[in-house]
Design a protein around this ligand. Structure first.
Ligand code: DC
Length: 227
């Protein structure tokens, strides 16, 4: 009989450190890391490249049906392929992130990605991060984590990251942006960001990355993960 895959779902607001932490957990456990935000970002890029207004739900909904998204792994790192082109680098801008937040509120956009996300987790041990993984995409995930931190802490982290890359930025603006993104992601009608009833809350505001990684691995072991 085929062994059941172990799935870890990590949800939380923008800038909580989900991707850094999920990547480290994946490495330590030999799991595959699935970044679902990257898929929404690829659809956002598709719209931006075609100058489709993200606010126009009808147009966005019909356009995304033409966006073929494939996920591949190169040396363990997720790559997002949009209609044959690797767009993994192009999707990492604030504009693409904000557009992804807007269009991810549309049912057709979410439906376009749901099966792809579920298929990736069906036969493989994965740690998948996003906004609705524990509540919608993988409701049967053995371990669910809701990872958060205060807007101030998240803004400061993003500020430092951008500074390191040499990008000009303003801390207040970043914090405002984060608060607005939280509002959009938490208040949409379909699959809003919220803590699943059976998720473990981890507030990383005063924790190191290593402490959060250990907390997640400990929780997964409590839930039956054998390593
Ligand atoms: O995690 P991220 O910043 O790459 O995500 C970009 C946007 O995509 C986020 O603001 C909301 C949307 N998203 C979503 O609605 N559901 C997910 N599972 C992942 C991301």
């Amino acid at each position: 009989m085929e062994k059941q895959a172990f799935n870890i779902a990590v949800d939380g607001p923008a800038g909580a450190g989900k991707s850094t932490i999920a990547r480290m957990v994946a490495k330590e456990l030999g799991f595959v890391y699935v970044d679902t935000g990257a898929m929404y970002r690829a659809l956002a890029l598709f719209c931006l490249q075609r100058e489709i207004s993200p606010e126009d739900e009808a147009l966005v909904s019909s356009a995304v049906s033409k966006a073929g998204i494939t996920i591949i792994y190169e040396e363990g790192v997720q790559q997002v392929i949009l209609n044959g082109e690797n767009v993994s680098g192009l999707i990492r801008t604030e504009q693409v992130g904000n557009t992804a937040s807007t269009i991810s509120a549309y049912p057709a956009v979410r439906a376009h990605l749901l099966n792809l996300q579920r298929d990736l987790a069906a036969r493989t041990n994965v740690i998948m991060d996003g906004r609705d993984i524990g509540t919608c995409v993988l409701p049967k995930a053995q371990t669910k984590i809701y990872l958060t931190a205060t807007p101030k802490v998240r803004a400061l982290r993003r500020f430092k990251e951008l500074k390191e890359k040499g990008v000009m930025c303003n801390l207040q603006e970043i914090e405002q942006d984060i608060i607005e993104r939280d509002q959009k992601d938490m208040n949409r009608q379909i699959a809003p960001l919220k803590q699943a009833e059976d998720a473990v809350l981890v507030d990383g505001s005063d924790m190191t990355i290593e402490e959060v990684v250990s907390a997640i691995i400990r929780t997964a072991k409590l839930h039956g993960l054998v390593v």
